[in-house]
Design a binder for this molecule. Sequence first.
Ligand SMILES: NC(=O)c1ccc[n+]([C@@H]2O[C@H](COP(=O)([O-])OP(=O)(O)OC[C@H]3O[C@@H](n4cnc5c(N)ncnc54)[C@H](O)[C@@H]3O)[C@@H](O)[C@H]2O)c1
Ligand SMILES: NCCCC=O
Length: 337
Amino acid sequence: MATWKVAPALAAGCTAILKPSELASVTCLELAEICRQGGLPSGVLNVVTGSGSVAGAPMSSHRHVDKIAFTGSTATGIKVMTAAAQLIKPVSLELGGKSPIVVFEDADLDTAAEWTIFGCFFTNGQICSATSRLLVHESIAAEFLEKLVDWSKNIKISDPMEEGCRLGAIISEGQYERIMSFISTAKSEGATILNGGARPQHLKKGFFIEPTIITDVSTSMSIWREEIFGPVLCVKTFTTENEAIELANDTDYGLGAAVISKDLERCERFTKAVQSGIVWINCSQPCFNEAPWGGNKRSGIGRELGEWGLENYLSIKQVTHYTSEKPLGWYSAPRKQ
Ligand SMILES: NC(=O)c1ccc[n+]([C@@H]2O[C@H](COP(=O)([O-])OP(=O)(O)OC[C@H]3O[C@@H](n4cnc5c(N)ncnc54)[C@H](O)[C@@H]3O)[C@@H](O)[C@H]2O)c1
Ligand SMILES: NCCCC=O
């Protein structure tokens, strides 16, 4: 995520201060070291580590920081934007999501199952665009959910250094507890834990959570409405295309959306109707440096990557150069003495 900001900022001729997450600072320090070894003059890229309130907040409110490009939760994005607004400082915000995947009745179920599983679990759900809501046509729901459970049970959960690992630990104890509390609230609200929902039995230590699939979900439940940022997929069925679109848009977020169907006209109708900045057709999550990335609604403001990412760091300047010999002639010239 840091390179999405640092590369265009430097290419646009800016100097930059990078404030990494306090939970994942080392890769950003390494990035700065690589830039130094590559000959970037000192002072052009600066890394300031620390907590959000101490190292992050002053950047939003500092007079000499001209622009903020922020990636993080919507709650923090609101704080950043509020502080920046006091100085009319431009912000681009890459915030949270609650992205749907819609599986229509004509889909190949194994292909759809793999993309759904990948969309939700490939980074443990710890990705802004995670496929965290599954909408499946009711005529295939039973068979599809059975397949999803089979695919989920086949995921190797282990130390990521182990060969074949496909699911590691959650980033922190706080986030582990938060995810578990979402799962237990869903249970108490009447949802069914179809798969997972607990620590894997073979892992006694570490913040590991099984790939979790939750059914019997209603649209008022927090598991449906809130970003969990963990390996948790919640499921609803639909009967018509319009209902699928309505449910897909039933969120304050608008980052990604995926549709799985052999009917490409239907996919196109969905693409136009869904209120998200990114749409995947017959896949979920592929991301290209050339293609614009960003969300609508509470998922953020602006786009990163490609030429759109560069524009975040450019300011258009209008220059008028008067080249005629003729005077302006709007006022009568005073008489010469
Ligand atoms: N839209 C995207 O492209 C995208 C990409 C990755 C992650 N995300 C979102 O990021 C969130 C997960 O990341 P997180 O847990 O690190 O988010 P977070 O909001 O907790 O923290 C993000 C960063 O903000 C800093 N911060 C905290 N308070 C601050 C303040 N008052 N002023 C300035 N900075 C402050 C933190 O130190 C951290 O570096 C999820 O919501 C996820 O969806 C979005
Ligand atoms: N693959 C890009 C994901 C960016 C957000 O977390």
